[in-house]
Design a protein around this ligand. Structure first.
Ligand SMILES: C[S@@+](CC[C@H](N)C(=O)[O-])C[C@H]1O[C@@H](n2cnc3c(N)ncnc32)[C@H](O)[C@@H]1O
Length: 227
């Protein structure tokens, strides 16, 4: 088993059919969100966290350290889609934590609300373009960290603008880079470098960059701290 001591709260490795699987402690026991296996361990129920379905799980398996999510964290999550990763982050932050989840597509957000938000009272959905920060009217608590996974060419700038609005110095941004969303003609590694330089020139210190291969092709996760 690897990086046990570096796992966020409510995340652990669980043995299933002789193999170690990453899992989160189920905030809603009995509820499976996307068909993931539920498994009892140490008197609690855990949800197996599929790295092929969730880039955050892929990044942890590939060595991402110091994920700033824990019991009670308040997170601004950009690009919630139907809620696969948000549901696991909801498990991590637990009953005193809160996720504000921004999603541009109302059709996708409807599925997210029906299948995930309605079972989890620590998620507030916001149907909005993450470029239009002024349109978020329901953020009522200080944000501890920002997670951004929106597959847009300007995703890094969108993330930076949200951090400048909601984070204080020392807080962290976790940013998914899909190189093909930015430029299909360039080598993915040069895109990751380019986006890290963009973050640095906008007042962020890079903590770590993890390639998501083999779980996702041409994707990386960058963790940075707002200086
Ligand atoms: C790759 S998916 C997110 C997957 C999700 N983070 C997960 O791991 O379960 C990207 C999502 O970002 C949304 N999106 C794209 N552009 C956006 C924008 N400008 N503002 C908010 N959401 C956006 C898309 O509709 C899509 O649902």
């Amino acid at each position: 088993m690897k990086n046990v001591e570096e796992l966020p709260n409510n995340v652990k490795w669980i043995e299933v059919a002789g193999k170690d699987k990453l899992a989160t402690k189920n905030f809603v026991p009995g509820n499976s969100v996307y068909g993931e296996h539920l498994q009892k361990s140490s008197n609690s129920e855990f949800r197996i966290w599929d790295p092929y379905r969730s880039k955050l799980a892929a990044s942890i398996i590939n060595g991402m350290k110091d994920i700033p999510f824990t019991d009670g964290s308040t997170i601004l999550y950009l690009g919630s889609s139907t809620g696969t990763t948000p549901s696991h982050v909801s498990d991590i932050v637990g009953k005193t934590g809160l996720l504000f989840c921004v999603e541009i597509s109302s059709r996708v957000a409807r599925d997210f609300i029906d299948n995930v938000v309605s079972f989890r009272n620590n998620i507030i959905p916001i149907i909005a373009d993450a470029r239009n920060i002024d349109s978020y009217t329901s953020i009522f608590r200080n944000i501890d960290s920002v997670y951004c996974d929106i597959s847009q060419p300007d995703q890094t700038d969108i993330a930076i603008n949200n951090c400048n609005e909601f984070l204080t110095s020392g807080s962290k941004l976790i940013l998914v880079i899909k190189s093909r969303s930015i430029d299909t003609t360039k080598d993915p590694e040069s895109i990751y470098e380019q986006e890290m330089t963009r973050l640095e020139s906008n007042g962020f210190e890079i903590n770590q960059m993890v390639n998501l291969h083999p779980f996702d092709k041409d994707h990386a996760m960058i963790m940075s701290t707002l200086k």
